[in-house]
Design a protein around this ligand. Structure first.
Ligand SMILES: O=C(O)CCC(=O)C(=O)O
Ligand SMILES: [Fe+2]
Length: 344
């Protein structure tokens, strides 16, 4: 059994002070908090199982917190006894990870969320978690992700870029009027149906991963509205938009970069979200290690609510990948509009 501890200090109202890599919950109180809990767990990349017996208990914090949590909804099992909780706690506090500090853009940048993570390294197994960095961005701002010879990778997050009422109206119009299509693409020589439906608008077509979109120059009115808003606010031009509809929690887009040549070397991609909130994740690209494995260490997670705008700029497509992962729990439909500019 692998164990590690996370303390979600300062994030949300989650009333728990310990986790294991299999956090198993049983009581009513825990059930009320399952959604928060599973969100937080998915943010931290921890697997989550419900309605099973607690296999591991990893107390963190003072004695009163411990007994409250254990007494409330966690049943320690025999797995707890070795090594002792105290030993684990002491070991864990030696291993507190200091997450990297954002390189900010003056006053536009809010402080990073106050999350600290403690990792308990089990004696018997290497979790490969111990040197990963995950940053959660919930506040609007400008965030420099990395600086490499290729340039600065920068994202900008805006909330309420589209007001609530307009976002709801656009969501309904686009759900009904866009000719949504489930395409298939090729991965490792095999053709798969994409786990979402899409539509492409632009004067030119767009091809990637063995699929192609024909030109569709006539933008629907909500798409034009957003395009004008973007152009007014960013001073940039966008001549195409890929519309994605994630129908439920299972729909997703896997790790990728929008690094096709037709968008230029350092493209700005403007991503507008409507409908239910989904987590947008980035990971920094790595070179394969000596065994040919890709061991990713830097992750960024950004919940994207309705009306938000996320700009990906600079070297983000060269040095980072992004995805929308599946979620464990139900999600309503979400529409994402990624505006791009074809330069060739
Ligand atoms: O749905 C999203 O937020 C991301 C979509 C995306 O990455 C893409 O269309 O290339
Ligand atoms: Fe993308």
């Amino acid at each position: 059994m692998q164990d590690y501890i996370c303390t979600p200090l300062g994030y949300g109202k989650i009333d728990f002070k310990f986790l294991s890599n299999h956090l198993l919950v049983g009581s009513e109180k825990a059930k009320v908090e399952q959604r928060l809990l599973s969100n937080w767990l998915s943010i931290m990349g921890v697997s989550y199982c419900r309605d099973q017996e607690v296999k591991t208990v990893m107390p963190v914090g003072n004695k009163s917190q411990r007994s409250r949590v254990q007494g409330g909804w966690a049943k320690p099992s025999s797995a707890v006894s070795k090594p002792s909780s105290k030993q684990r706690e002491e070991k864990a506090s030696e291993n507190i990870h200091k997450l990297p500090v954002w390189v900010g853009k003056g006053s536009e940048v809010d402080d990073p969320p106050n999350i600290s993570i403690r990792f308990q390294q089990p004696a018997e197994k290497d979790l490969k978690f111990d040197d990963t960095h995950t940053r959660l961005i919930t506040e609007p701002g400008v965030y420099d992700l990395s600086t490499e010879p290729s340039g600065v990778s920068r994202i900008k997050l805006f909330h309420n870029f589209i007001d609530e009422k307009s976002a709801a109206r656009m969501f309904t119009e686009l759900s009904n009027e866009v000719p949504w299509e489930q395409k298939s693409d090729v991965k490792d020589g095999v053709r798969y149906l994409q786990p979402r439906v899409v539509a492409w608008y632009g004067d030119q077509g767009y091809s990637y991963s063995g699929l192609s979109h024909s030109p569709r120059p006539q933008l629907l009115s909500p798409l034009l509205e957003v395009k004008h808003l973007l152009e007014e606010n960013t001073g940039l031009q966008f001549n195409s938009v890929l519309c994605n509809l994630y129908r439920d929690n299972k729909d997703h887009v896997s790790w990728h970069s929008d690094d096709e040549e037709l968008f230029g070397r350092l493209p700005t991609i403007a991503s507008v979200s409507l409908g239910d909130t989904r987590m947008f994740e980035l990971r920094r690209k790595v070179k394969p290690n000596s065994e040919g494995e890709f061991v990713y260490k830097e992750f960024v997670k950004v919940p994207l609510p309705a009306g938000s705008l996320l700009l990906m700029e600079g070297a983000t497509q060269l040095d980072w990948q992004h995805r929308i992962p599946t979620e464990y729990h139900d999600r309503g439909p979400r529409i994402n509009l990624t505006y791009r500019n074809i330069v060739t």
